[in-house]
Design a protein around this ligand. Sequence first.
Ligand code: ATP
Ligand code: MG
Length: 287
Amino acid sequence: MNTVADPIAAPAAAGTAEAAAPGARRRRQGEVILEVKNISLRFGGVKALTDISFDVREHEVRAIIGPNGAGKSSMLNCINGVYSPQEGTIAFRGRTFSHMNSRQVAEMGIARTFQNLALFKGMSVLDNIMSGRNLKMKTNLFQQAIRNPWFGSAEREEVAHREFVEHIIDFLEIQAHRKTPVGRLPYGLQKRVDLGRALAMEPQVLLLDEPMAGMNVEEKQDMSRFILDVNDEYGTTIVLIEHDMGVVMDISDRVVVLDYGKKIGDGTPAQVRTDPEVISAYLGTSH
Ligand SMILES: Nc1ncnc2c1ncn2[C@@H]1O[C@H](COP(=O)(O)OP(=O)(O)OP(=O)(O)O)[C@@H](O)[C@H]1O
Ligand SMILES: [Mg+2]
């Protein structure tokens, strides 16, 4: 049976060093876990990304910001194997990977949420989060469906996975909705379920594409808290695309700024906020 880790367990401390966070929080930051080098991506004549390089350190919250069409989602799509860039490399824990599909990338420990929700609207919250667990299941659905003594281990395995999913439901404070079809939930809660589905994969790196889009202030505060709790309690490294600069300044350790597919800024929130090029391309305008 696959081992099912305690979701609230303290993250491994090996190789990490205490680093002063730019905000009030002190956060662990470790080695480079993800290295993006000279990535260029074209769609016909459209240059979605041009020569993009940046790194992500273990346990940090790394934001990607920029105007609409800057290439932010395309960047995440390159990292998680949806798009194959024409040039450049991406390395995870020092291992360069290319031509991997999204399933292989997920198996390596990189999960993501989507700008446009990709949930099963007619299925319950519990089953949607369980769907994120599929990668971790050794026994297949056919074996689970048979449920005879030959496949007793399949049932035991499913119980363990369900327990893990229940931990996530408690963690995200959505117990009251566990049996509700996702399509009936308010948008803010659907986004939380999408986060739960990604967490069910026990990712080492979590790619979040505008997890707070369309939310009101209170929902954004809740989501920010959950993201920081995931980062603190699971030790998960976070790569976050977000338009709300208040949120970015509050919760990220470092920020990459894209504009028309090019990187125009990279640094702490305080550094990018005062960077003249970033201000004129992005921060000076309303988003
Ligand atoms: N599958 C695709 N086919 C063709 N062009 C694409 C595709 N995906 C993205 N693009 C183009 O690449 C550029 C970058 O798009 P992308 O979605 O990455 O931007 P973004 O920064 O995520 O924008 P937004 O803030 O609006 O989500 C745009 O010009 C977009 O039209
Ligand atoms: Mg996008």
